[in-house]
Ligand binder design. Structure first.
Ligand code: ATP
Length: 465
């Protein structure tokens, strides 16, 4: 195999002290959650869905800023998982799917959560997520839960005009099965051979019993999943490689090291087919919780689909004259949940000249806008050339343009959006053909000639984009 020469990552990667540079940031701030939710609404990141009709529980719409953040998270994943590799290809499979897929995958029988109701206050909970299994977290009553009922999380619907059993369809609860059912298609059409992967980003749907914590757990969400097919003897090594690689991805995109960890599952947490699973967890305001699971799934998925479909899902290694069912290593991440974690991690407040400055210290590759173009005044003599400047930058980067209010307030607004650079076109610009570039994090300003501006930002933004 093209050996991944990385260290095994079998232990929890965790440090118990927050380094001094992060001391004044938001780890453990009980108000952080509300601050980020408020900022999201105020600045167009995420809105509660169907708000004008009173809302629709646990559904959200991504606004002008949020759609960019989410897209950047997905792009960063795609670049690292597909674009920058020779051994992973992409896929975009159908969301609507026939029961046969879910019969084979085991979801129809087993994709359930244990649901309990509190007889005392009527609240409903997921038994496996309770801190104490017989104490109601809503009212504190002990021993008042009903017997657990197993509740299937899949959304069922009907395809076509007749609602019969033959027309039953499911909205996929994960993107992964799309990769398994297309294994032979990809193998035969892409000239790939194990070890190779198939990656997909897309919406998934789960009828969650307890959605909540803003976009952390919703019924409709986006996933970023990759199935990596390997010769069985190489599975363990590739599992370690993907644990390491995926953990590093979060760090490379600005996640502070102390706020994420890789937690291997205990024996009793593992699904029956998995020999090893580890979760990338983030320190959310309510504690450590999952962003991504990396699992060694053995040959379970391909074997199941081969059995149920009657198709051969294996690989014939001509050189070794050997036929085998590849094993699968699966890094499965949530795009919407990860974007939320990056948002929480980026939120910062600091005192500047007696005022609180709110700034999203997003990694530039994730920042919704990379550059804001701000004419010092709305006067036509500045507006025209400022818009020309905007048009010069737009082919390269996502830019914002804002000409209302005092320049200081506009800087603050961009800080709240996490825009790494603001470019101010002032009256001097008309004379010296230069603009002031302000850095979001240091607030330092630099005068740069307009003719060299694209080259200047290329140097600053492109190596990390
Ligand atoms: P949980 O234990 O939180 O229900 P899971 O272990 O069932 O999650 P997976 O099936 O491994 O989740 O899905 C992979 C990723 O998809 C998760 O790590 C998470 O980031 C994301 N995800 C799963 N369910 C949801 C949801 N309801 N809302 C938002 N993201 C989700």
């Amino acid at each position: 195999m093209a050996a991944p020469d990385t260290d095994p990552t079998s232990d929890v990667v965790e440090t118990d002290s927050v380094d001094t540079e992060l001391e004044d940031t938001n780890l453990g701030d009980p108000e952080l959650f509300d601050k980020v939710v408020n900022l999201s609404k105020r600045r167009g990141v995420v809105y509660p869905s169907a708000e004008i009709y009173g809302g629709f529980r646990s559904t959200y719409d991504y606004g002008p800023v949020g759609v960019l953040l989410l897209r950047n998270v997905k792009d960063a994943w795609w670049k690292s998982m597909v674009q920058r590799r020779h051994d992973v290809v992409g896929l975009d499979a159908s969301i609507l799917s026939p029961p046969a897929i879910w019969e084979a995958s085991g979801h129809l029988a087993n994709f359930t959560d244990p649901l309990v109701d509190c007889r005392s206050c009527g609240s409903r909970h997921r038994l496996d997520k309770l801190e104490e299994p017989d104490v109601c977290p809503t009212c504190g009553a002990k021993g008042e839960f009903t017997e657990p009922r197993h509740f299937n999380l899949m959304f069922k619907t009907h395809a076509g005009p007749v609602e019969g059993d033959g027309a039953v369809a499911y909205l996929r609860p994960e993107t992964a099965q799309g990769m398994f059912i297309n294994f032979a298609n990809v193998l035969n059409s892409s000239r790939k051979k194990p070890p190779f992967g198939i990656a997909q980003i897309g919406k998934s749907f789960r009828n969650e019993i307890t959605p909540g914590n803003f976009v952390f757990r919703t019924r409709e969400f986006e996933q970023m999943e990759m199935e990596f097919f390997v010769p069985p003897a190489e599975a363990e090594e590739w599992y370690k490689y993907w644990c390491d690689t995926r953990f590093q991805w979060y760090l490379d995109h600005g996640m502070p090291e102390d706020w994420i960890r890789l937690r291997p599952h205990e024996e009793d947490e593992l699904s029956h087919y998995s020999t090893a699973t580890a979760d990338v967890e983030y320190m959310f305001p309510w504690g450590w919780d999952e962003l991504e699971g990396i699992a060694n799934r053995g040959d379970y998925d391909l074997t199941q689909h081969a059995k149920h479909s009657g198709e051969k899902l294996e690989y014939f290694d001509q050189a070794a004259n050997e036929r085998y069912v590849p094993h699968v290593i699966e890094p499965a991440a949530g795009a919407t949940r990860t974007a939320f974690a990056f948002l929480l991690a980026a939120y910062d407040e600091e005192e500047v000249r007696g005022e609180t400055r709110v700034v999203l210290r997003l990694h530039p590759s994730l920042a919704p806008y990379k550059i804001a173009v701000l004419p010092l005044s709305k006067k036509a003599e500045l507006q025209g050339p400022a818009k020309e400047l905007l048009a010069k930058l737009q082919p390269h980067w996502m830019c914002d343009y804002d000409e209302t209010q005092a320049i200081g307030r506009r800087y603050r607004r961009q800080d709240e959006l996490g825009t790494p650079y603001a470019v101010t076109f002032d009256f001097d610009s008309l004379e010296d053909n230069a603009v002031t570039v302000r850095d979001r994090d240091t607030m330092e300003q630099e005068r740069i000639g307009i003719d060299s501006l694209v080259a200047y930002f290329r140097e600053k933004l492109d190596p990390i984009a």
